[in-house]
Design a protein around this ligand. Structure first.
Ligand SMILES: Cc1ncc(C[n+]2csc(CCOP(=O)(O)OP(=O)(O)O)c2C)c(N)n1
Ligand SMILES: [Mg+2]
Length: 540
């Protein structure tokens, strides 16, 4: 006879969540989801609460991205769920296995006008892999396992369940849930062999590795494949840091030279989107290695596009036997370009200007960051500079918002990072505009003793919009913020601490104090508003 578990909907849900490897809950209070809190409270399950539901979903996403396990946000019915939709959408674009459990107005009087009554499914279905209402209490554990199985199956992504009031408050018994079983998908060996042949024959090949390489735990296999073929590696998203910066095949700054000179570009675990010139690399052939057939690009025709478990594919490439062309000269040429760019960046990062240029902030910051520090970017130009100047030394240490580009991830990502990595430095790089979306959640961090460092690049403008608008129209509107605003005073008022820095020489001691503070600490750096990140438009 199978043993049964008994309890209210919240207890049955929590049993399933634990079985699936969920280790914490992020939430903002709402009566519709009280049974989930009751279950967590009575069993010592970690529960963190926030001041805006988007922070809860971003926190859950940070857990999923950093730890490669499911992240959980519990949101109350109606506005709780709708406030979480940008978070869900970011997770969808980033292939992050996040579960949002929503409360829901009671089913038995649906249509009578209950508080916060709305059908969430039409809203969340386009941005989730699976969305379902669980009407019966005893179905809750099975529905959670099914949803998380979908979330964890490549191509990964967020899932949504809502629980009508009577379903989550009622008591039932159910079969104990088993952990999701996700079997690796074998790639087509012919497609892999074709990719290997192209790599072996190419004269100027390049690898570009993205977030799915880290999510698939395929970083070691990537390195073996790169070393086997002697191919330079560039990265984006969670792929950053896959090779340590001192590795002879690790490149970041010579990207334009590499992509304009390459005869083969092998893109692994990231879409051929605007970040990669939509997969158009001139005359170079393209190999697109994806974790599921659904991720093959529809807008370009690669030479071959192997789909399946990325570790299996990259290991198979690494095991390729037979001759390969020699790329020593190609790698050496790129190293010259890389070193030249690095020297230029060194000069920029040392700039002793008044007002401070963003580059100098990163010049100082990299001296105080540990190799395993987690850096989080939330902003426009200030974060583009972070991508240019900071070189993550380890995989799983860099969190950007991903291709959805949603401002406001900062405090949620910081909470998820702090909770999962209590001993590491957590550093948020924030535009002053971006600060407006989530800074109130410093209160949540202070109250729950989750210290992080926030460095604001305070240029008094929405820089990434103001400069392009001026270039396009010759004027700008809706692009100014209050100059010299004291974001550090906001953090102090919320129970943290901080300071404003206006002179380059004061940056280093301020950053030292920030990392030693033991409370959320904001370094408010007044930066040069005329400094625009050089970019070609991303709009098209
Ligand atoms: C939620 C959201 N709203 C608007 C935008 C458009 N946007 C992209 S960057 C940017 C400016 C960011 O300004 P700030 O954070 O101050 O950074 P800066 O560019 O000034 O360094 C804006 C408004 C967005 N990406 N996401
Ligand atoms: Mg700004």
């Amino acid at each position: 006879m199978t043993e049964r578990i008994e309890g209210h909907g919240g207890e049955l849900a929590l049993a399933a969540l634990r079985a699936c490897g969920v280790r914490e809950m992020f939430t903002l209070s709402g009566g519709h989801v009280f049974p989930l809190y009751d279950a967590a409270h009575r069993t010592g399950f970690p529960l963190y609460d926030v001041r805006h539901e988007q922070s809860a979903v971003f926190a859950a996403e940070a857990v999923a991205k950093l730890c490669r396990r499911p992240g959980l946000a519990v949101l109350t019915a109606g506005p709780g769920v709708t406030n979480g939709i940008s978070g869900l959408t970011s997770a969808f674009f980033n292939a992050s296995p996040v579960l949002v459990l929503g409360g829901r107005a009671p089913a038995f009087r649906w249509g009578s006008g209950s508080l916060q009554e709305i059908d969430h499914l039409p809203l969340v279905t386009p941005v989730t892999k699976h969305a379902q209402t669980v009407f019966s209490t005893d179905d809750i554990p099975g529905a959670i396992v099914d949803a998380l199985t979908a979330a964890l199956t490549p191509h990964r992504g967020p899932v949504f369940l809502d629980l009508p009031l009577e379903a989550v408050f009622s008591v039932a018994d159910a079969t104990p849930p088993a952990a999701p079983a996700v079997a690796p998908v074998e790639p087509d060996p012919e497609a892999v062999a074709r990719a290997a042949t192209l790599l072996a024959g190419a004269h100027r090949p390049v690898f570009i590795a993205g977030s799915d390489v880290y999510a698939a735990d395929a970083v070691a296999a990537l390195r073996e494949a790169a070393e086997a073929f002697g191919v330079p590696v560039f990265t984006n998203g969670m792929g950053r840091g896959a090779l340590p910066p001192e590795h002879p095949l690790a490149f970041s700054k010579a990207r334009r030279v590499a992509l304009s000179g390459a005869d083969l570009v092998v893109v692994v675990g990231t879409p051929l989107d605007f970040r990669l010139s939509f997969g158009d690399f001139g005359d170079a052939q393209v190999v697109h290695i994806v974790d599921a057939p659904s991720q093959r690009a529809g807008h370009v025709q690669p030479a071959v596009s192997p789909a399946g478990d990325l570790r299996l594919i990259l290991s198979a490439l690494a095991d390729h036997t037979g001759d390969r062309t020699d790329h020593t000269d190609w790698v050496a040429d790129l190293r010259v370009a890389e070193d030249a760019a690095r020297a230029k960046h060194e000069t920029e990062m040392a700039a002793d200007t008044d007002p401070i240029r963003p580059a100098r902030v990163y010049g100082e910051l990299r001296r105080v960051l540990d190799r395993d520090a987690i850096t989080i970017g939330d902003g426009g130009d200030f974060v583009s500079y972070a991508g240019r100047y900071l070189e993550p030394a380890q995989p799983g240490t860099w969190l950007d918002p991903g291709p959805y580009g949603c401002l406001g991830t900062g405090m949620g990502y910081a909470m998820g990072a702090r909770v999962t990595h209590p001993d590491r430095q957590i550093c948020v790089l924030m535009g002053d505009g971006a600060a407006g979306f989530s800074l109130m959640d410093v209160e949540s961090l202070v109250r729950q003793q989750l210290p992080v460092v926030i460095v604001v690049g305070n240029n008094g403008i929405w820089g990434l919009e103001k400069h392009p608008m001026r270039a396009m129209y010759g004027y700008d509107v809706a692009a100014d913020l209050q100059p010299d605003l004291r974001y550090d005073a906001v953090v102090s008022a919320l129970g943290g601490a901080g300071e404003t820095v206006a002179k380059a020489a004061d940056l280093a001691p301020a950053l030292e104090r920030a990392f030693a503070a033991g409370v959320p600490y904001l370094v408010n750096v007044l930066t040069d508003p005329t400094d625009a990140y050089p970019r070609s438009s991303n709009l098209a």
